[in-house]
Design a protein around this ligand. Structure first.
Ligand code: GUN
Length: 282
C-alpha cells in the first residue's frame, strides 16, 4: 500500500479551512503566520512557497519576509523581537538552514515559545521529552498522522529510525515511543546497519542521502516512511532516501517522494498555527 500524504493533507486542510472560516465571527480575525526566508536557496524558496500556498487554502494570513543572504544575525534577531511583540502574529517560522554567519541556535531560541509553530524552541523540545504540553514538530507529527491513517498499529512494534537530527530523527523517535513502539535510533555510523534495519517493522528514514536504503536493508512486510528530499544524481529528479522501485515490492506500506511526508509537514504547520492562535483566545 502506498500512503499518499498529498491526499490526507488535502483532506485535513479542507477540514481546517472550514474551522478557520468561523474564526472572524468568533474571534474577530484569522490566524497569522509569518515565515522568514534568508537567501535564495531553491529548496528553501520552494518550501516557503508551499507554506504560503497552504496558508491560502486554509484561510490563514501569511506574511513571508524575504531577506538577503547578507543580513546580520542582529538584524534577524531584531525582526524576530518585533514579531514576538506583535499581538497580531500567532506563528513565527524561520526557514532553515540559515547562512553560516548566523547562529541557528540563537535564532530559534529568540522566537517566543508560544509562537514557535515549528516546535524547535528548546523549551518546546524539553516539554516534548518531559511529556508536557508542547507544539509538536511538523514532520514527526505528520508521520504519526500518516501511520494512523494507514491503520498501522505502532504499539509493541519494533521501529527503527535512521537519522538523529533535531528536526526529524530525534522527535519522531520520541513520538513513536509515545505510541508504545520500541525504538532504535540508527545513523550513518551504525555498524551493520542493514542487520538493524531488516528487523524493523516500522522503518523511518531521515538521513538525506538519495537511495540510501536498498532492498536488502528492508524486512518483508515492513512499513517504510521516507523523509528524504534529495535530487537523484542521475536524473536530477526529486527522490527520497529510499530506493523506491527496489523497496516498494517488499514493503507492506510505503510513502512516495514527492507526495508522502512532505505535504504532511506543511499540513501540520497549518495545524500548529491554528493551535497557537487558539491558545491565545479566551
Ligand atoms: N528546513 C527543512 N525543514 C524545515 C522545517 O520543518 N522548518 C524550518 N523552519 N526549516 C526547515
Amino acid at each position: 500500500m502506498i500512503i499518499s500524504g498529498k491526499e490526507l493533507s488535502a483532506q485535513l486542510k479542507s477540514d481546517m479551512a472550514r474551522q478557520v472560516a468561523a474564526f472572524p465571527e468568533k474571534y474577530g480575525r484569522v490566524p497569522h503566520l509569518v515565515v522568514i526566508l534568508v537567501g535564495e536557496d531553491p529548496g528553501s524558496v520552494s518550501y516557503v512557497t508551499g507554506k504560503a500556498k497552504a496558508s491560502e487554502v486554509v484561510g490563514i494570513r501569511n506574511t513571508t519576509i524575504r531577506k538577503p543572504e547578507e543580513i546580520t544575525e542582529e538584524e534577524l534577531l531584531e525582526i524576530i523581537a518585533r514579531l514576538n511583540a506583535d499581538d497580531s502574529v500567532d506563528g513565527i517560522l524561520v526557514q532553515l538552514p540559515l547562512p553560516r554567519h548566523i547562529s541557528e541556535e540563537r535564532v530559534i531560541a529568540a522566537i517566543d515559545k508560544s509562537k514557535d509553530v515549528d516546535g524547535f524552541h528548546p523549551l518546546n523540545v524539553a516539554a516534548l521529552w518531559q511529556k508536557q504540553e508542547c507544539v509538536l514538530p511538523c514532520t514527526p507529527k505528520g508521520i504519526i498522522k500518516l501511520l494512523k491513517r494507514a491503520g498501522v498499529e505502532m504499539e509493541g512494534k519494533r521501529a527503527v529510525v535512521i537519522g538523529r537530527s533535531n528536526i526529524v530523527g530525534l522527535p519522531v523517535a520520541k513520538l513513536l515511543l509515545n505510541e508504545n513502539a520500541t525504538v532504535t535510533i540508527a545513523h550513518s555510523r551504525t555498524k551493520n546497519l542493514a542487520e538493524v534495519t531488516r528487523e524493523a517493522e516500522i522503518l523511518v528514514v531521515a538521513i538525506g542521502r538519495p537511495k540510501f536504503v536498498t532492498a536488502d536493508m528492508v524486512g518483508e512486510g515492513a512499513v517504510v516512511i521516507d523523509v528524504g528530499v534529495n535530487r537523484d544524481p542521475e536524473t536530477g529528479k526529486l527522490c527520497g532516501d529510499v530506493d523506491y522501485a527496489a523497496v516498494e515490492p517488499k514493503a507492506s506500506v510505503i510513502t512516495p517522494v514527492p507526495g508522502g511526508v512532505g505535504p504532511m509537514t506543511i499540513c501540520c504547520l497549518m495545524e500548529n498555527t491554528i493551535e497557537c492562535f487558539l491558545r491565545k483566545q479566551k
